[in-house]
Write a protein that binds this ligand. Structure first.
Ligand SMILES: CC1=C(CCC(=O)O)c2cc3nc(cc4[nH]c(cc5[nH]c(cc1n2)c(C)c5CCC(=O)O)c(CCC(=O)O)c4C)C(CCC(=O)O)=C3C
Ligand SMILES: [Fe+2]
Length: 309
């Protein structure tokens, strides 16, 4: 069972209509060195989809899948959901948890890796939200889970499906969100991505060449970020004679805007311009194996000392 009395799903958040887009982007980029042109460009990505990011719907679906899995396994804890950058804001959720009498919660974050944006910043979000709420419950972030079957197996299946749509010599290209080279814990982020990609490639297509590349870069051009970008990589692969690519967004857990625009629109368009065949593998989303992973992490987590008081 578990010594926690709630599971808290924490995600990034995204706009749910055209009027949300600018305030959302302001939330994301507050205090960051993001050029104005980049913001306008990213706003257009959202407007192309009616100003609605898929991410909140995906979180609702994941929450429902986790609730179903917990119920099926007799784990009787409520599931809450709060975001870093949009409603439901994390602090509001923490306040509701406090009002409901929750004292100790475990947090399952929609990001699988170590690194600043992917892990440390979520710890800061939790600390800040708790500071805003006097008497807030204790909240332990569950460990990173990039190496767990509940995360990797859905990608393996999805990579196999994507490769089936393509000729036999298709290249497997894993993608993840770029971050500034100067970002704290960038080495751990990259090492985990490489190992996750290696494991999925070994199972989905043993012996086939694969690459790990990046997407969604946003800082000023003068600032070095992880490279290459997928679009540049497609150019390079094309020049080397590759004619088909299966993209696997191993750096993400769901088909949110960074996947729907940066891969399904931007990278797919570049591949079409080059005359290359392109298929994109799905993400774990609300796959039952991914939902079960949240329960596994929750019930494995040893009780912390303060919980025994
Ligand atoms: C590593 C990483 C992940 C993966 C881990 C995780 O999933 O947490 C991720 C996810 C996401 N990033 C997202 C959206 C955005 N990220 C931005 C900006 C940035 N991302 C960064 C990193 C990451 N981001 C960084 C270093 C910046 C620069 C500013 C800063 O240092 O913070 C910007 C600003 C505009 C721009 O793109 O320039 C937007 C709009 C959405 C929502 C999508 C939707 O709406 O469906 C999601 C899931
Ligand atoms: Fe981002």
């Amino acid at each position: 069972m578990t010594s926690y009395d709630a599971l808290l799903l924490i995600s990034f958040g995204g706009p749910e209509g055209p009027d949300d887009v600018i305030p959302f982007l302001q939330n994301v980029t507050r205090g960051r060195d993001i050029p104005r042109e980049r913001l306008e460009e990213v706003g257009e990505h959202y407007y192309l989809f009616g100003g609605v990011s898929p991410i909140n719907r995906l979180c609702r679906e994941l929450k429902a899948a986790i609730e179903a899995d917990l119920a099926a396994h007799g784990v009787d804890v409520p599931v809450y959901w709060g975001n870093r950058h949009w409603t439901p804001y994390l602090a509001d959720t923490v306040r509701r948890m406090k009002d409901d009498g929750i004292r100790r919660a475990a947090a399952f974050v929609t990001s699988a890796y170590s690194g600043y944006s992917t892990n440390d910043q979520y710890l800061e979000d939790i600390a800040r939200a708790r500071e805003e709420v006097p008497g807030a419950p204790e909240i332990d972030k569950l460990p990173v889970y990039w190496d767990r079957p509940g995360f990797l197996d859905p990608f393996t299946d999805a990579a196999i499906s994507a490769l089936r749509e393509l000729p036999d010599d298709a290249r497997l290209v894993f993608t993840a969100h770029s971050v500034p080279l100067a970002q704290p814990n960038r080495e751990a982020y990259v090492a985990e991505l490489e190992e996750a990609a290696r494991r999925v490639a070994a199972k989905a297509a043993p012996g086939r060449p694969w690459d790990l590349v990046y997407q969604s870069r946003s800082g000023p051009p003068s600032q070095p970020w992880l490279e290459p970008q997928i679009t540049d990589h497609l150019d390079a692969l094309h020049a080397a004679g590759v004619r088909a690519v299966a993209a696997v967004p191993i750096g993400f857990v769901s088909d949110h805007m960074e996947v729907k625009f940066d891969l399904d629109v931007e990278a797919a368009d570049r591949a079409a311009e080059l005359g290359m065949a392109f298929a994109r593998a799905g993400t774990p989303g609300s796959d039952p194996r991914f939902a079960a992973l949240a329960r596994e992490l929750l019930t494995e987590q040893p009780p912390t000392e303060r919980g025994n008081a």
